[in-house]
Design a protein around this ligand. Structure first.
Ligand SMILES: *Cc1c(COP(=O)(O)O)cnc(C)c1O
Length: 441
């Protein structure tokens, strides 16, 4: 509260004159021009969130990150905020982050392509994922990314082979599974021992030893990513302690000085259920643990940067009362935003325009897709909207469009980015012809 360093909180998508806005622009005006369903992103909010994290973690790893790729041992520690591209790979958003000096955390060759297309310098790109193919490794090595985050012994051998084939050194960090449980949805818990991600600290030590023997494998860091939408600092700190203990052993037993610890992403945001992670408090705790160590810090936020910087605007088609329930049927559903049905995500849903009619009722907001699991919100108190009204589904900037599908042969929606007071259509709405593009029948 009141810390002068930090940008004052500004609620994204404020209501002005009864209408939700993105920056200075009314959402219903944007819909007028671009139709529904429509994703709207507030680029200024996304950049503000980047600043918030930089400020929160500034003390933990002072100074900018060393220029990469980090094949040398002499690089100075620093802080790299690597945006997790999978949260929202829209190119216009990526460009904003690239220009703001962020790095990119990628999990596929396709994301490497997007990150490079958006202008991220390869030296600020780190590559995670349990199933990197040799082709993806080649692509990463050829473009000179900062580091591969290796998740298994076999993957390390594959990386060694590809590095030898290309005659290029492979900077790497081992992704450790710290076996911390994190109170979040089963599908987004990645840091407990039974998850498919990372290796135990003991196995990690063996992999560092193996890497040391190989002339082209260059261990530069240690990495975790324990889950998503975490609202408490404890699991992060336990994971950090595991990494620091491991880095200590890697130094004392193997003589390898690692350059960075990567705390992963997962910083939780506020939604209809609860508030957000206190990143400032976490940053202070991380700083106290890193003090006096020559270790840089990477963090890989996805949702924290873009989650509440994006909304999905949808039009009410019908109201339907049956089985003692009231259904609000909208023109967006699980094809546009799958989080409610896949992860139990609880997005705030509010009318775009407060018109003062319609008493508040408990409703289910459901989509048009032929699945009973197709809903945007359940058992939610909402001023009963009229058909034709617009609803805003909040916190839809992360894992929204990127998980959209063409199921039920539904064209995917348009995306608009508002930045510096102007709106730009950054992806056009798909047409029916897009649905059969690529078919060879
Ligand atoms: C998905 C992912 C992230 C980002 O997670 P958020 O919850 O969006 O912050 C970071 N690192 C890795 C390795 C990931 O897979």
């Amino acid at each position: 509260m009141g810390e002068s360093l930090l940008t004052p909180a500004r609620p994204p998508f404020p209501r002005m004159g009864g209408v939700l806005h993105c920056g200075p622009l009314a959402l219903d005006d944007l819909v007028e021009e671009h139709g529904t369903p429509l994703y709207v992103y507030d680029g200024d909010r996304a950049l503000e969130r980047l600043r918030t994290l930089r400020e929160a973690f500034a003390e933990a790893a002072p100074g900018p990150p060393a220029p990469g790729p980090l094949a040398t041992r002499s690089a100075a520690p620093g802080l790299l905020v690597a945006y997790s591209v999978k949260a929202n790979p829209n190119l216009a958003l990526l460009r904003l982050f690239a220009r703001a000096g962020a790095g990119a955390d990628i999990v596929s060759g396709g994301e490497l392509y997007c990150a490079l297309s958006a202008g991220f310098p390869p030296g600020r790109i780190v590559f995670a994922g349990v199933g990197k193919t040799r082709d993806e490794m080649r692509y990463g090595l050829e473009t000179g990314i900062r580091s591969f985050h290796v998740e298994s012994a076999q993957e390390l051998e594959a990386l060694a082979e590809v590095a030898a084939e290309l005659g290029r050194p492979a900077p790497l960090a081992i992704r450790v599974n710290p076996d911390v449980d994190s109170p979040t949805h089963e599908f987004t818990r990645t840091g407990h021992a039974a998850a498919k991600f990372g290796v135990s600290p003991d196995v990690a030590l063996l992999l560092y030893a193996r890497a040391r023997e190989h002339p082209l494998l260059h261990p530069v860091g240690v990495d975790v990513h324990i889950g998503s939408q975490l609202r408490e600092g404890g699991p992060f700190l336990r994971a950090l302690d595991t990494m620091l203990a491991l880095a200590g052993r890697v130094g004392s037993e193997l003589g390898i000085d690692l350059q960075y610890a990567d705390l992963g992403g997962g910083f939780g945001i506020a939604d209809a259920e609860a508030g957000e992670l206190d990143v400032r408090a976490l940053g202070r705790e991380v700083a106290s643990r890193l003090r006096g160590r020559a270790l840089g810090l990477i963090i890989e936020p996805g949702r924290f940067l873009v989650g509440d910087a994006g909304v999905l605007v949808t039009r009410v088609l019908y109201l339907k009362r049956s089985g003692g329930k009231t259904f609000v049927v909208t023109d967006a559903g699980m094809t546009e935003l799958i989080r409610p049905s896949h992860y139990g995500g609880v997005h705030e849903v509010t009318p775009v325009r407060e018109d003062g009619h319609g008493g508040v009722e408990v409703v289910d907001v459901v989509g048009p897709v032929c699945e009973q699991g197709d809903f945007l919100a359940r058992e939610r108190r909402l001023p009963l909207p009229s058909p034709g009204a617009l609803l805003c589904v909040h916190q839809a900037g992360a894992y929204g469009f990127t998980m959209a599908s063409n199921y039920n042969s539904r064209p995917r929606p348009a995306e608009v980015l508002v930045h510096d007071g102007r709106a730009a259509l950054v992806r056009r709405r798909e047409r029916y012809s897009d649905l059969i593009r690529g078919e060879l029948g």
